[in-house]
Design a protein around this ligand. Structure first.
Ligand SMILES: *Cc1c(COP(=O)(O)O)cnc(C)c1O
Length: 379
């Protein structure tokens, strides 16, 4: 089946009891047993819930895994994953991850896990990390990254990890499964903040782990159930609803982002435009190979530094000044003062997160209106 068909039908059969075409919201926290230990398979809602199971089934089929686990937020998912590595393990991770993921990995150091952060856009760094030091248990990647939209060659990085017998996890939030399927590229675990493109309407938090093998699914299920960071049945319903329109939404995000990026790249007040769909982007060729579109996120550096960038952000009318991304509405974020504020200034500087940088989450409005809004804000 093709993409749009799969997003609407995979794992989402009409309710066998009533024929309802939408998955029912099962609020019940507990399930009757006919004899002690004998029942329908559902026991208690943290352990398993039919609405959550429908979401997990759909996610597993779409990403191509043996199974999926849904969580109450992206960070609850990442936390379960990180927690599953015991004292003495070694994790190699990208050095430009979502800041919350970096924080959790740093926390795991206090529990005796060794974590090495490397720039995975240069595969020589990944090879070097695997060639020196103790064996690696997990390679943790993100592509494209936030807010600099750096691209890692996932297939090549996964091959290095495979030779080193390490598990590979990829945070696929920025691409969404419509544009990139990491398991097809060699990953073992796909991470999502479903709060972003999968939810798609900035009204629900959610996270997911999709596992390539049954063994990984069983291992991580233990952590989902034991740590308990599960989403509510109502949230699962909203996330299933989001999945059904993901295809059409993402195509519109991508088409708009390409137009906005091209407009900004020619604007005299923009110093540099970061978008993997621009031929000058250092990851353009890899992104073309491993993605089915370049995504809906565009970052740009305004001439005149922080003061000028704040002025532009405040003059924008259609773009709302707010954190987060992936919703139908366009948002503008000033990473240095907002999403990345907790990062020390020296580190921001070293990474290239300057005061002039703005990150745009391009929504699905008409591109002409978005460009018109940018034109007046930059005038
Ligand atoms: C937002 C985000 C997260 C964290 O997800 P929450 O749902 O906010 O907990 C993780 N990774 C990426 C790439 C994100 O954008």
């Amino acid at each position: 089946m093709e993409w749009d068909t799969r997003l609407i039908h995979d794992g989402q059969e009409p309710d066998p009891l009533t024929g309802a075409v939408n998955v029912p919201i099962y609020l019940s926290t507990t399930f009757r047993q006919s004899s002690p230990g004998v029942g329908t398979g559902y026991v208690y809602s943290r352990t398993g819930n039919p609405t959550r199971a429908a979401l997990e089934r759909a996610l597993a089929r779409i990403e191509g895994g043996a199974g999926a686990l849904a969580f109450g937020s992206g960070l609850a998912a990442i936390s379960a994953l990180v927690m599953s590595y015991p004292k003495g393990s070694r994790i190699v991770a990208g050095d430009d991850l979502y800041h919350g993921a970096t924080r959790l990995l740093e926390l795991s150091r206090t529990h005796g896990v060794r974590v090495d952060f490397v720039d995975t856009t240069n595969l020589a760094n990944v090879r070097k990390a695997f060639a020196s030091g103790p064996p690696v248990s997990l390679l943790y990647l993100e592509s494209p990254t936030n807010p600099l939209l750096k691209i890692t060659d996932l297939k090549a990085a996964a091959a290095i990890a495979r030779r080193g017998r390490a598990t590979v996890a990829v945070d696929n939030t920025f691409a969404s499964p419509v544009l990139q399927r990491p398991i097809e590229l060699g990953a073992d675990i796909v991470v999502h903040s479903m709060t972003k493109y999968i939810g798609g309407h900035s009204d629900v938090l959610g996270g997911a782990l999709v596992l390539r093998t049954q063994e990984l699914l069983d291992r991580l299920y233990w952590f989902q159930n034991s740590a308990g960071g599960v989403p509510s049945p109502f949230d699962c319903y909203l996330l299933i609803r989001g999945l059904r329109t993901l295809g059409v939404r993402v195509r519109q995000h991508v088409a708009n982002a390409q137009q906005v990026a091209e407009y900004l790249s020619h604007h005299p007040r923009i110093v540099r435009t970061l978008y993997p769909g621009l031929p000058g982007h250092p990851g353009h060729e890899i992104a073309r190979r491993q993605m089915d579109g370049f995504g809906g996120m565009v970052s740009a550096e305004v001439a005149g530094g922080q003061r000028a960038a704040i002025g532009v952000a405040k003059r924008l009318k259609l773009f709302t000044l707010a954190e987060s991304l992936g919703g139908v509405e366009s948002l503008v974020n000033h990473p240095a003062l907002m999403t990345h504020r907790a990062m020390p200034l020296a580190e921001q500087k070293a990474k290239g997160i300057s005061g002039g940088l703005l990150r745009l989450s391009i929504g699905i409005e008409d591109a002409e209106d978005l460009i018109g809004d940018l034109r007046q804000a930059l005038a």
